[in-house]
Ligand binder design. Structure first.
Ligand SMILES: NC(=O)c1ccc[n+]([C@@H]2O[C@H](COP(=O)([O-])OP(=O)(O)OC[C@H]3O[C@@H](n4cnc5c(N)ncnc54)[C@H](O)[C@@H]3O)[C@@H](O)[C@H]2O)c1
Length: 256
């Protein structure tokens, strides 16, 4: 990918699943990559996987639901590298809250909105002024197929949070374009990570699972590397004139 080598990327909640694969991919592109996460053991596994691939990925423990922790983590990366070029707001998920609307409590809604939507808001609040100072930057948010076409495994709180992230993406793209900052949103369908594989098996029967995959035009779910590649593209110079976009990465399962 053009224009990534030597730049700094910070990814939230990225010590497992899609985030980890994306961190390693961006490091392979020559970026200085930093990963934050709540889980110290998962962060250790990122360092080990990076070392095995002869890559360097910095790790910092931070809870994306804490304004102070995420601000300090982003500032520490800026202080260490002197720049912040790319923010990937990966932290999120449906957090094992119920699928059915009637079963979701206020607590379930708070939890999911707090991590998915407010997590992105907090990280943007810390990162955008730093990007503004250098007159350039890329923010890549994580929406979902859930927020655009509905979800077969996550409930209304998650779909609403991801829809809100797409709206936030467009509004920030409008406000920060004049500073050379692009803001885009990736919208994956089901990506088979250990977490979603469990949900997928719990919430859909074997027959449903087979039928759903047979109806996806590309006849499979995404792998983490499919999403990592889309993030690398949006961070690259080739995506310099793309902003405010919600990019479906779902094998054609939902098309606008
Ligand atoms: N996996 C999918 O099918 C899928 C589909 C569409 C969108 N997404 C989105 O992609 C992103 C990554 O999903 P994933 O499936 O790879 O996630 P995952 O559950 O595999 O990994 C999430 C990581 O976030 C960390 N985390 C959880 N709470 C945190 C907090 N408060 N602060 C910091 N870190 C925290 C966990 O420790 C874990 O390492 C999420 O935003 C998710 O909503 C995933």
């Amino acid at each position: 990918m053009r224009g990534l080598a030597g730049k700094t990327a910070f990814l939230t909640g990225a010590a497992a699943g899609i985030g980890k694969a994306t961190a390693l991919r961006l490091a392979q592109e020559g970026m200085h990559v930093w990963v934050s996460d709540l889980d110290p053991r998962a962060l250790e596994s990122v360092s080990q996987d990076a070392a095995r691939l002869s890559l360097q990925v910095g790790v910092v423990q931070a809870d994306s639901t804490s304004e102070a922790e995420i601000r300090q983590a982003i500032q520490s990366v800026f202080d260490a590298t002197g720049r912040l070029d790319v923010l990937v707001n990966n932290a999120g998920g449906s957090l094992h809250t119920p699928y059915r609307f009637a079963d979701e409590t206020d607590g379930d809604w708070d939890k999911v909105l707090n991590l998915n939507l407010m997590g992105a808001v907090r990280a943007c609040r810390a990162a955008l002024p730093l990007m503004q100072r250098s007159g350039a930057g890329r923010v890549i948010n994580y929406g979902s197929k859930a927020g655009r076409y509905g979800s077969l495994i996550a409930g209304p709180n998650y779909a609403a949070a991801k829809g809100a992230i797409a709206a936030l993406t467009r509004q920030l793209a409008m406000e920060y374009g004049e500073y050379g900052i692009t803001v885009n949103c990736i919208c994956p369908g089901v990506v088979l990570t250990p977490r979603t594989s469990g949900l997928w098996a719990e919430r859909r029967s074997a027959e449903e699972r087979e039928r759903i995959v047979s109806e996806i035009p590309l006849r499979r779910h995404a792998g983490v590397e499919d999403i990592a590649g889309a993030v690398a593209f949006l961070a690259s110079d080739d995506a310099a004139f793309i902003t405010g976009v919600s990019l479906d990465v779902n094998g054609g399962q939902g098309m606008a």
